[in-house]
Write a protein that binds this ligand. Structure first.
Ligand SMILES: C[S@@+](CC[C@H](N)C(=O)[O-])C[C@H]1O[C@@H](n2cnc3c(N)ncnc32)[C@H](O)[C@@H]1O
Length: 234
């Protein structure tokens, strides 16, 4: 999944792509872009999640479920649309108390105001309708709860970087990815009653080729559900 790759690439749809990729998708950051993204995401997450209801949306093989567990979360839920990624997560997670459900970004199979924290790593770009994702997140988030999420930076998308993976036979595939500018995130959050209180745009950095190093690799956002002062939970 090198974001600066310049090779022959075959498009594949999301479900088929992740069905294939799941076999080699560990629940750890496994490329330079994920390392950069994870560091930024972790810097925006609360240090102590003990007693908090946490959802990892589009959890894939469970990377953020594990990371939240390391921050003492005990009530963990992961959702993803790919059955293969969920199977991978269920094999990889040494977590004692978690629940995995197959679900798209919307609708989510949870009651309103269920979660204190919702994370979503490198997934919202797979869906065209960002407003609906954020509105559904806002619905299931408790007042004062946080939504901490990342996406490939729109600059990379505009420069023609693709979301790719390499199959076991060496073939390279690209996955559908939509352009969501920062203004789109801001509008989606505002419309859903979330206030963005932190934004990070870490650069691709020294592991990228020289021409890409100064370009932001990911956009990481923390948004808080507006509520009355007493209802803040994190
Ligand atoms: C790049 S992976 C990231 C996985 C995980 N969040 C992480 O950061 O390690 C993107 C995930 O988004 C999921 N996904 C893509 N489109 C989705 C949708 N419409 N609804 C739910 N999950 C989706 C994929 O199945 C995949 O597991």
């Amino acid at each position: 999944m090198k974001f600066w790759r310049r090779k022959k690439i075959t498009p594949v749809d999301i479900l088929a792509g992740y069905a294939n990729w799941a076999k080699n998708y560990p629940a750890q950051a496994h490329n330079p872009l994920m390392e950069i993204e994870q560091q930024a995401m972790l810097s925006l997450l609360p240090d102590n999640l003990n007693g908090k209801m946490c959802l990892d949306l589009a959890c894939g093989s469970g990377r953020y479920l594990l990371l939240m567990q390391q921050r003492s979360a005990t009530q963990l839920v992961g959702t993803d649309y790919s059955p293969e990624m969920l199977v991978k997560a269920s094999y990889q997670l040494p977590i004692i108390n978690y629940q995995l459900s197959r679900a798209p970004f919307f609708p989510l199979p949870f009651a309103a105001e269920t979660f204190d924290l919702i994370t979503c790593g490198l997934a919202v770009g797979h869906e065209k309708n960002l407003n609906r994702i954020v509105a559904e997140v806002a619905r299931v988030l408790r007042p004062g709860g946080q939504f901490v999420y990342s996406d490939f930076h729109p600059f990379g998308r505009l420069l023609g970087w693709q979301r790719t993976f390499t199959a076991e036979n060496g073939a390279v595939f690209s996955l559908e990815h939509y352009l969501h500018l920062y203004s789109h995130h801001q509008q989606a959050c505002h419309a859903a009653g979330l206030t963005i209180d932190a934004v990070l745009e870490p650069l691709a950095g020294p592991k990228a080729p020289p021409e890409a190093r100064h370009i932001p690799a990911v956009l990481v956002i923390r948004a808080v559900k507006i509520g009355d002062k007493e209802s803040g939970r994190l």
